[in-house]
Write a protein that binds this ligand. Structure first.
Ligand SMILES: Nc1ncnc2c1ncn2[C@@H]1O[C@H](COP(=O)(O)OP(=O)(O)OP(=O)(O)O)[C@@H](O)[C@H]1O
Ligand SMILES: O=P(O)(O)OC[C@H]1O[C@H](OP(=O)(O)OP(=O)(O)O)[C@H](O)[C@@H]1O
Ligand SMILES: O=C(O)c1cccnc1
Length: 482
């Protein structure tokens, strides 16, 4: 388990507010915060939630060291009693979250915190950064994987990632989103994502000839030799030398599984020619790998062109989510508890209708068709509401309330799982392969219309009547106050 302490990775305002709540005697007031996002990157129809495991590690290792406290003291603005309080600071609250790998939609809570005000507010930055980063990469990876229509994607991006965490955890997220493996060795060692790879041009250049480089590699790694064939000339020398090395070293040992990698030029043209040469040389099992600034659009295009590629290596555009590199998850107060324990819903009004929050302590149901298992809509309810699958359920569009639909023969599943209860971890973190398998099954349960890249169908995220009424009530109360 990752034991690193990221307590000081907070925004300074979390400390000034904490000090303020402490001085005002509000530190034990119970607050509810929601994490949700407003837009799917790349105009996609859904996102993939990831990063919860890192949130769990963060929460469990939250503590201020003496060095942290003397640093804060040096700022000259924090109360002595507050600094002493920080010495014993731990997370004592509750957290619910959607499991990693869940397809999620704008506007719905993907993580909920209920905790004393200082604790609940303090964790904002790290919780958001962990979920935003990995959800961004898992979502991008899932697009690339879907574009490849069953062909494997290897994540190759560490060298162009934004920092070490960007590389290591980005590769973890890419696996959740559907990549088959990663070039990042640390992600294999620490998170169990299988490390895989081919070779660099420098290996070929280090030998007196391309053939010698290939032969040496086949001798060293007869069961996993993928030779990079574009250092000099793909069709004139790279592929012929690879064929010779395979025939001389591998075939006599009865090994037919091998590969070549194309890393430049017209991938369609070169892969078709190379495929023909390999087949004619008795190497039908030789896989062709392609790399070079690939993304979901180029991969889709290559497949449409009939490129003969078995596996794509994808680096910079995946690990940086280059086409739309922000996952805008936010952390908003949704309620607080009165002294008698009653939950007081809170709303944030904005000129921008999209920025008005949905108040209260909530739960989210995913509603699916009984017959097909396909997801129909998500329903956000007040925490004490229970959806009864045995009775017809009317759902409606929260913006255009006359658009209504009655569901029968549906299944309702709660998306948010308890993660922490009274500061204790109550969730068994799944292994990475289970998360990936779950993600795949959940994406399969979405209609193709939601999954297309261009103008995807907007999946319904509805409010229960009770929650809608509470939201409208608060909206009009705020209007009257103003
Ligand atoms: N048939 C194809 N259809 C669409 N895009 C392709 C095709 N073949 C290659 N590409 C993409 O075109 C882009 C440019 O590739 P190309 O190898 O011509 O240039 P390059 O990246 O400058 O080459 P090098 O890596 O040798 O410097 C890459 O993103 C590559 O993946
Ligand atoms: O293009 P990406 O999707 O990031 O895939 C990874 C790239 O990393 C390597 O390139 P290298 O660092 O050797 O530089 P190169 O671009 O000159 O090949 C590899 O040969 C790929 O081209
Ligand atoms: O293994 C490879 O082929 C590889 C790894 C990282 C980046 N580019 C290629």
């Amino acid at each position: 388990m990752d034991q690193r302490n990221f307590t000081m990775l907070c925004d300074f305002y979390e400390l000034t507010m904490a000090n303020g709540y402490f001085k005002k005697g509000m530190q034990n007031d119970i607050a509810y915060f929601d994490v949700f996002f407003r837009q799917v990157p790349d105009g996609g129809g859904f996102a993939i939630a990831a990063g919860l495991e890192q949130v769990v590690h963060y929460i469990r290792s939250l503590r201020f060291t003496e060095e942290d406290i003397s640093y804060l003291k040096g700022k000259g603005i924090f109360d002595e009693a507050f600094l002493s309080y920080l010495r014993g600071f731990r997370f004592t609250g509750d957290i619910w979250a959607v499991p990693e790998g869940t397809p999620v939609f704008p506007g719905e809570p993907i993580l909920i915190v209920r905790a004393p005000a200082i604790e609940a507010q303090f964790i904002e930055t790290y919780v958001l950064l962990a979920l935003n980063h990995q959800s961004l990469i898992a979502t991008k990876a899932n697009r690339i994987v879907r574009a490849a229509e069953g062909r494997a994607i290897a994540e190759f991006g560490s060298r162009r990632a934004q920092g070490a965490e960007g590389a290591v955890l980005g590769a973890r997220a890419a696996f959740i989103g559907g990549c088959a493996g990663t070039a990042c060795t640390m992600t294999d060692r620490d998170y169990g994502v299988p490390a895989t790879g081919t070779m660099a041009h420098s290996w070929v250049q280090m030998f007196d000839s391309e053939y010698e480089a290939f032969k040496a590699y086949c001798e060293l790694y007869p069961h996993s030799a993928t030779l990079l064939v574009d250092t000099y000339n793909v069709l004139e020398s790279g592929v012929p030398n690879a064929i010779r090395a395979f025939q001389e070293v591998l075939l006599p040992q009865g090994i037919t599984d091998c590969g070549i990698r194309l890393d430049s030029g017209d991938i369609t043209y070169l892969s078709k020619k190379a495929r023909k040469m390999l087949d004619e040389a008795g190497l039908p099992n030789c896989k062709i790998v392609a790399s070079n600034s690939l993304d979901e659009f180029i991969i889709r295009d290559l497949i449409l062109q009939g490129a003969k590629i078995d596996l794509f290596g994808v680096g910079e555009r995946l690990i940086t989510a280059k086409s739309d590199p922000v996952f805008g998850g936010v952390y908003k107060l949704a309620a607080k508890e009165g002294n008698d324990g009653t939950i007081l819903p809170k709303i944030k009004i904005s000129e921008n209708a999209g920025k008005v929050t949905t108040p209260h302590f909530k739960k989210v149901y995913r509603l699916s068709e009984k017959e097909t298992g396909k997801a129909i809509a998500d329903l956000i309810c007040v925490h004490d509401e229970v959806v009864d699958e045995t009775k017809p359920l009317e759902i409606f569009d929260p913006n255009f309330t006359w658009k209504r639909k009655t569901l029968s023969d549906f299944m309702a599943r709660e998306l948010l799982k308890p993660i922490f209860k009274g500061g204790e971890l109550v969730y068994d973190l799944p292994d990475i392969q289970s998360i990936k398998d779950y993600c795949r099954a959940e994406v399969d349960a979405l209609w193709d219309e939601v999954k297309r890249f261009e103008n995807p169908h907007t999946y319904y995220v509805d409010l229960s009547q009770k929650l809608w009424d509470i939201k409208q009530g608060l909206l009009s109360a705020e209007k009257h106050k103003a």
